[in-house]
Design a protein around this ligand. Sequence first.
Ligand SMILES: Cc1ncc(COP(=O)(O)O)c(C=O)c1O
Length: 359
Amino acid sequence: MARVYNFNAGPAALPLAVLERAQSEMLDYAGSGMSVMEMSHRSKDFAAIIEGAEANVRKLMGISDDYAVLFLQGGASMQFAMVPMNLRRPGKTADYIHTGSWSAKAIKEAKTTGSVNVIWDGKEANYMRTPATEELNLTEDAEYVHICSNETIGGIRYPTFPKTKAPLIADLSSEIMSRVIDINQFGMIYAGAQKNLGPSGLALVILRKDLIDRVPEDAPIFLRYKTHLEEKSLYNTPNTWAIYILKLVTEWLDSLGGISEIEKLNEHKAATLYEELDSSNFWHTPADRKCRSIMNVVWRLPNEDLEELFVSEAKKAGMIGLKGHRSVGGIRASIYNAVPQEAVDALVSFMRAFKAKYG
Ligand SMILES: Cc1ncc(COP(=O)(O)O)c(C=O)c1O
């Protein structure tokens, strides 16, 4: 078996132990005589899977009964639409912070259904940092404040989250369960699963229950959080396979000691990589130091030809997914929870050899 060192931004590396477990249960899940993909979403076996997945999320993240935990389809992008449809009442406005490509998409979507106030725009800083609370031009009666907690493409995150009177809503797609957060700071968080939680096509939504009744009566039934809360994420046929894998991933995380333990490992991985990047002018890291992501590490080489060569030589050495996003170029290593220290060490050794040869 030849497994690569996988630095993909998403879909991304999954824990090997999870893949092996899924493989071992593929043909006959828990004596049912079928795979999880073949069973009814209304069956007892699947009920145990979805309830187990929710219990794991609640335990790992310390989520109380004040919050709903939902498993929805349409990825994080559907949340860009559902958030304003459900939580911004007619005639009201919502505050958005623009820190890069993903927050821009959230803003664009929110504008299709109502009023948006962009209360901070990172354009002047080339989207290379996130703002402090004091810099925000908060609207007095905004329905909520939306942020992207970690910009996957730019490689920046919030060292600490803004303090706001209106409920804070965060897209945590590329850093969910990678660092300890206090859920009580947020009205809602959401994440596409395909980075730290499992397969794509599933969004984890954690929403304070008192916000659920804001939804206007003419909102489509399927797009109401209320519908999915009442039906326990089983209003229609959910992405059963992705929920099953999320359950296995959260069990794996729990077995490692939970989020506070993985956070230490993640910080160590990121420090290993940033140390090499800071050690030479051959590498250039555009992100503001305070805001550097520990999940998506972005850097440049002296020119684009060298960047292309870096990516292709890395691939020959068994390391994939290092090409920066097509919109910005450069190099990006996504080092999510399931990427081991060993992969980062191998990458740093490769970088040193590359620098010695071409620097
Ligand atoms: C921060 C962030 N938000 C949203 C998305 C969109 O997620 P999805 O493809 O699940 O809709 C991504 C995808 O990479 C992302 O990185």
